[in-house]
Design a protein around this ligand. Structure first.
Ligand code: ZN
Length: 1009
């Protein structure tokens, strides 16, 4: 059935064909593109197409208002128009205030010309930010609804091009004109991302077209690469544009917010004003201290039930309105969020964990961070504040984000009529994850809780920033985004796309562009848009690139993760590599990319864009390779309190972490071993550095934070748990502490902040270390207080991402780099770090595979076990890096299931007493086919019959790829176990089995009393 709309379109096309036939054949047809947001246009059959240029000569002029309150604004728009018309046609378009006789003009804004003035006046009734493009006898008019900011934030005077809080309809009309009528595209800032059609050697005319348009969403603001400095996103060096180009691109993509104005957390600088005089204003910690901002930003929060602090808050607002505060004082009292226009802003800072005072605790729900942990506390304060504001400033509105641990409103909470709440929904915000039905359902439910407000709220969208922090993979979900923006158009006023340095145009440009377009109008034809993107950006390589993006979109949107949970960290990065983009898919994508590269001719924009794509997506493929082949190192960090004297005697029994080549994980010549341990104040790191040749000082400097890495040295990277990270949607691996110590004891240390993305070597840690010379090198011991890392004190089970390295000089300027968890590249690739698990259990025994001898038997189902003889099962064993490698092959004689049983010979057996609760770890991996089941047992044979045991049983999932299964659990019997004196493990195998089994670890632990 034909819809009215389709009928309308056909009519337009008919008119169009008729018109074009009778007139100039060179009339531009860019407006026919289906890749733009749709508009209803008409072509005037009476007017002739307007001649624009011929063979590089301008045949029309640009006309701007003679007099206007905002002349500068229209002049700048005219300059933009001229810039792109000149570039496309090779002509020199004049900007004039009066139309010369017998000339046609492009009229921009309220020009003193009757037909234009009439249109401009009418525009005021056509909706916010609307614009009209209309062909008239003397040319073509572009007018829009232009108003200065209703927010009236300080600093903006009048209507300016880059005032995002103003209605800039005429600018939107101009951008639409350039796109729709000329065929320009603004995909990315700078030359590589701008498409300008080549009309230089043509006679070009514009169709007699007319249409009006306006955005669906008013909040279309973005914090991405665009308006920020170049270098703010991952591949900025490859795009190589300047800041001006960023601003221009941001404007021409119509990213704006004419009525709100963004704001930030408002309490984060209070400590500067009140820490000394009024510590009672600040949140109480469990240890009785207060959060006074000793480490700036995230280490200061308020006590929200302190009445004097509340009165201070009101006083500050009053002082602000009375103009009593200096610029500095405004910053201290409101941070970046002073009152703006009709809004009074308030938000606790990132990482607010509540306050431990009696009154605040009553309003908190538990000590575990959740989306409602501080809902009653924060919304209670907000309600009280709104009430006071109503009395004192009845025209003002209190603006608060539902953020962090108050994302959910308390039960029965009624939003005050002078309160405006914005939503920060990690899942709704990470729109790529809404592909999961569970995430979609929960987000929609959440959304509905906030829509009952006087003003439509907006959403903080972390897409496409998130889930980028989990890895450099693409998550193109344009159809999901379209579904969401179509659903939400009556409910929210739009989204603020929270920008971040993890953004990458090479991975995200298509979705970024479509997102901007769909905020304007979600009816965008996604497929047409993508196809055109590929055609215009990659020319001869378009087919390959189109397929490349289609495959990515399909994989991301249509691969559902069976174990997904709709909570903040409810998914596993590994699913991306195994389910969404398995190796086969990545190979296919890589092949397409290389084929596209081969098709793009040398030294053209097409080939430059392919270079950018290939270079900018390298991390995606290398991280995938890493996920396929490399096992993330893991270790337990046991309890211990060594003396920091450089002597390793007190480290007996702690598992050593042997460093391997950072490039490929191979064994190194000179060995390096690290050890870790902890108590309730410090993490301890020790190690043994062996070197046959003399140590080398590549840097003569001995000052702290000098070029220490140029000398033979060890490096420690720690991504620890930091307060506020999770709330800010950051991950532990977005930041790290780095310590380098060279063989002389010279130190380099610093911290990379998740918030700024920048490394600061001026931050130093207060740690203790000592070194001791040995026959083959040196030993070292380091104690790093948690306090100096500003970290949350780890508990049993806490995991930190850490890595240990060694820089070993080979010849001048050349190093061998060793690592505990090899990254294959830079030391700061935190996603490849090993996992350090804090354990309160003490290891009391571990296998030493190099020394153990086994009694090996085979046992067929329902038959007694017998000594292995090679008839049914062939077995070879070897020891490599201290681990037991078993190659097991079934012969043709094996027809049913058989178990190969490994018992320790008596002289090798463990002999340990147990006084607490024992548990164990048995870790292995295997590669090959035919392993059906693995079991193991630690036995107490001496204390009563039958023997008591700690047992482990596992059915390995799948077969073929390398698997690591590690567990640590005990039997119900374990309370009665008094000692362990035997250990066995057994592998049940199938006919035709052929695999290698590696015993990684067998360890026995006892909980600390
Ligand atoms: Zn309190």
């Amino acid at each position: 059935m034909m819809t009215l709309r389709q009928a309308h379109l056909i009519l337009i096309i008919l008119i169009c064909i008729l018109t074009v036939k009778s007139l100039d054949a060179a009339s531009l047809e860019a407006y026919k593109s289906k890749a733009l947001t749709p508009v209803k246009y008409s072509i005037n059959p009476v007017l002739k197409p307007m001649l624009l240029s011929s063979n590089g000569t301008a045949k029309a002029v640009i006309v701007i208002p003679e007099q206007s309150n905002h002349s500068g604004y229209y002049k700048k728009i005219a300059n933009i128009m001229k810039k792109y018309l000149d570039q496309a046609t090779g002509a020199d378009f004049k900007i004039v205030k009066k139309l010369p006789p017998n000339t046609k003009g492009i009229f921009i804004g309220p020009c003193a010309y009757p037909a234009v003035a009439k249109l401009y006046k009418k525009q005021k009734s056509l909706g916010n930010e609307s614009f009209t493009i209309k062909s008239i006898k003397d040319g073509l008019v572009i007018v829009g609804k232009d108003n200065v900011s209703p927010v009236k934030e300080g600093g903006w005077k009048g209507l300016q091009l880059q005032n995002k809080y103003a209605e800039r309809g005429t600018l939107w009309g101009t951008s639409d004109f350039l796109e729709r009528l000329i065929g320009v595209r603004f995909y990315m800032p700078g030359k590589l991302g701008t498409i300008i059609p080549d009309l230089k050697r043509k006679t070009v005319s514009l169709p007699a077209i007319s249409y009006t348009d306006k955005p669906v969403y008013s909040m279309r603001l973005s914090g991405y690469g665009a308006k920020n400095k170049p270098g703010y996103y991952r591949d900025s060096a490859l795009l190589n544009h300047d800041r001006k180009e960023s601003y221009l691109w941001d404007d021409l993509l119509r990213q704006s917010d004419y009525k709100h104005q963004m704001f930030q957390h408002s309490d984060s600088s209070w400590y500067k004003a009140y820490a000394k005089t009024n510590p009672e204003y600040f949140a109480l910690r469990k240890d009785g201290s207060r959060e006074l901002g000793k480490r700036a930003g995230h280490s200061t929060h308020r006590c929200l039930s302190n009445e004097v602090g509340f009165q201070q808050h009101l006083q500050n607002i009053d002082d602000f309105y009375k103009g009593k505060l200096s610029k500095n004082e405004i910053e201290e009292r409101f941070s970046n969020a002073p009152p703006m226009g009709k809004y009074i802003n308030w938000a606790p800072h990132d990482g607010f964990k509540g306050c431990q005072c009696k009154n605040c605790l009553k309003l908190m729900d538990g000590n575990i961070y959740s989306r409602s942990q501080c809902s009653r506390l924060i919304w209670g304060y907000a309600k009280k504040l709104a009430k006071a504001i109503k009395q004192r400033w009845p025209n003002k509105i209190l603006r608060v984000p539902a953020y962090g641990n108050c994302r959910i409103l308390p039960k029965g909470f009624v939003i005050s009529d002078n309160m405006f709440i914005m939503m920060c929904k990690p899942l709704g915000g990470a729109i790529g994850l809404l592909k999961e039905p569970k995430a979609w359902n929960r987000s929609i439910k959440d959304l509905d809780r906030f829509i009952n407000q006087k003003e439509k709220p907006w959403l903080y969208s972390y897409y496409p920033q998130s889930p980028r922090k989990s890895g450099n993979f693409p998550y193109l979900a344009p159809n999901v985004l379209k579904k969401f923006l179509t659903y939400a158009q009556d409910k929210i006023s739009g989204t603020y796309r929270c920008g971040h340095y993890t953004f990458s145009f090479a991975l995200d440009s298509t979705i970024y562009y479509m997102y901007a377009k769909m905020l304007w109008n979600p009816d965008l034809d996604i497929d047409a848009c993508l196809r055109e993107y590929c055609d215009l950006m990659f020319g001869p390589a378009a087919d390959e690139m189109y397929r490349y993006f289609i495959i990515q979109t399909d994989c991301w949107e249509n691969t559902l993760w069976p174990k997904f949970k709709p909570v903040l960290h409810g998914w596993d990065k590994q699913w991306v590599w195994t389910l969404t983009y398995p190796r086969k898919v990545r190979e296919q994508l890589k092949t397409l990319l290389l084929a596209a590269k081969a098709k793009a001719p040398g030294n053209t924009l097409y080939s430059q864009r392919m270079d950018w794509m290939v270079e900018g997506t390298k991390a995606f493929f290398s991280e995938g390779d890493f996920a396929d082949f490399t096992k993330i190192s893991q270790t337990d960090c046991p309890p211990l309190a060594p003396t920091i004297n450089g002597d390793l005697a007190d480290w007996q029994g702690v598992t050593g972490l042997v460093l391997t080549n950072n490039q490929d994980g191979t064994t190194t010549g000179d060995k390096t071993v690290f050890y870790t341990a902890h108590d309730d104040k410090n993490i301890y790191i020790a190690g043994r550095v062996a070197q046959k040749t003399p140590f080398h000082a590549g840097s003569k400097k001995i000052a702290r934070d000098s070029n220490v890495w140029l000398s033979d040295s060890i490096e420690i990277f720690i991504c620890s748990e930091q307060a506020g990270l999770a709330e800010a949607l950051m991950q532990q691996t977005d930041q790290f502490h780095q310590i380098i110590i060279d063989y002389r004891g010279v130190v380099f240390d610093g911290y990379k902040s998740a918030m700024t993305g920048e490394f600061d070597k001026l931050i130093n840690f207060d740690f203790q270390y000592n070194m001791k010379k040995t026959d083959s090198g040196y030993d070292f011991e380091i104690a790093i207080p948690y306090k100096s890392l500003n970290t949350i004190v780890p508990k049993n089970g806490t995991i930190w991402n850490v890595n240990f390295y060694r820089n070993k000089h080979i010849v001048a300027g050349k190093f061998e780099h060793q690592a505990w968890s090899p990254t294959g590249g830079g030391f700061d690739q935190t996603s490849k770090f090993g996992l350090l698990r804090f354990s309160d259990s003490k290891m009391i025994w571990k296998i030493d595979s190099a020394k153990v001898k086994w009694k090996i038997a085979v046992k067929e189902d329902r038959r007694p076990a017998k000594k292995i003889d090679g008839k049914m099962v062939k077995l070879t064993q070897k020891i490599k890096d201290g681990k037991l490698f078993l190659r097991i092959r079934a012969t043709k004689m094996l027809t049913g299931l058989t178990e190969v049983i490994f018992n320790m010979v008596p002289s090798c057996r463990p002999n340990v007493k147990v006084s607490g609760k024992p548990s164990f770890k048995f870790a292995y991996n295997y590669n090959g086919e035919g392993l059906k089941r693995v079991r193991c047992a630690f036995l107490d044979t001496k204390h009563g019959r039958p023997s008591k045991s700690l047992r482990y049983l596992e059915i390995p999932k799948g077969s073929g790829p390398v698997m690591t299964i590690s567990d640590k659990r005990g039997d119900k019997n374990k309370n009665n176990i008094k000692g362990i004196d035997a250990f066995m493990f057994a592998l049940k195998i199938k006919p035709k089995a052929d695999f290698t089994f590696v015993l990684d670890a067998a360890e026995l632990y006892e909980e600390n009393p």
